[in-house]
Design a protein around this ligand. Structure first.
Ligand SMILES: CC(C)(COP(=O)(O)OP(=O)(O)OC[C@H]1O[C@@H](n2cnc3c(N)ncnc32)[C@H](O)[C@@H]1OP(=O)(O)O)[C@@H](O)C(=O)NCCC(=O)NCCS
Length: 151
């Protein structure tokens, strides 16, 4: 299964994905298995979302990525469903916030925003407008500041 999910992620993001700054927060980290999901069709993975434990200036936060949906399955709501499932599982597991680096117009629909992330520092160059966070409890996105590190 892991091989098939990796193949899906490789297909969606291409070989350049390992150069992404977000990848630095996944290397040497461990997947939050209870907050990560794979969508299957015909015995094959067609979508996935993964969450990882990180800290922002020492505060624990769940880091989302990659989110990948097979090109043949897009625009049917699967991406949003996967994001919502991961956030609900993270809330149930006691996480106060989820952060990611992604397109605000897409992730705003799931409640992500850059309004509280001005002080959040990724471990490499990123467009700060793409650093997004969603509170899972009231105030869970407040006061987040400092370097994002592997927990
Ligand atoms: C982004 C992605 C996960 C969306 O999957 P999906 O299952 O098609 O998502 P949904 O069905 O929930 O939403 C689709 C809608 O979002 C829109 N959308 C997709 N990517 C978008 C983006 N980057 N910015 C704004 N809107 C976007 C689509 O145009 C579509 O609009 P429509 O409903 O009017 O047709 C998928 O396109 C994908 O795997 N892309 C490549 C990898 C990627 O960019 N991942 C996210 C960054 S980690």
């Amino acid at each position: 299964m892991e091989t098939a999910v990796t193949a899906l992620i490789d297909r969606v993001f291409g070989p350049g994905r390992f150069a992404k700054v977000s990848e630095r927060l996944r290397e040497g980290n461990h997947l939050l298995g209870d907050c990560s999901f794979v969508a299957m069709r015909g015995g094959q993975p067609v979508g996935c979302v993964r969450l990882w434990p990180v800290t922002i200036g020492g505060a624990p936060v769940a880091f989302l990525g990659p989110l990948a949906v097979d090109p043949d399955e897009r625009s049917a709501g699967l991406g949003q469903t996967l994001v919502e499932a991961a956030c609900e599982a993270a809330r149930a597991a006691g996480w106060k916030a989820v952060m990611l680096v992604g397109d605000a117009p897409y992730f705003a629909r799931a409640g992500f925003s850059a309004s509280q992330t001005a002080g959040v520092v990724m471990p490499g160059p990123v467009d700060q407008r793409r650093v997004l966070v969603k509170a899972l409890v009231p105030g869970g996105d407040e006061g987040l500041s400092g370097l994002v590190s592997v927990a």
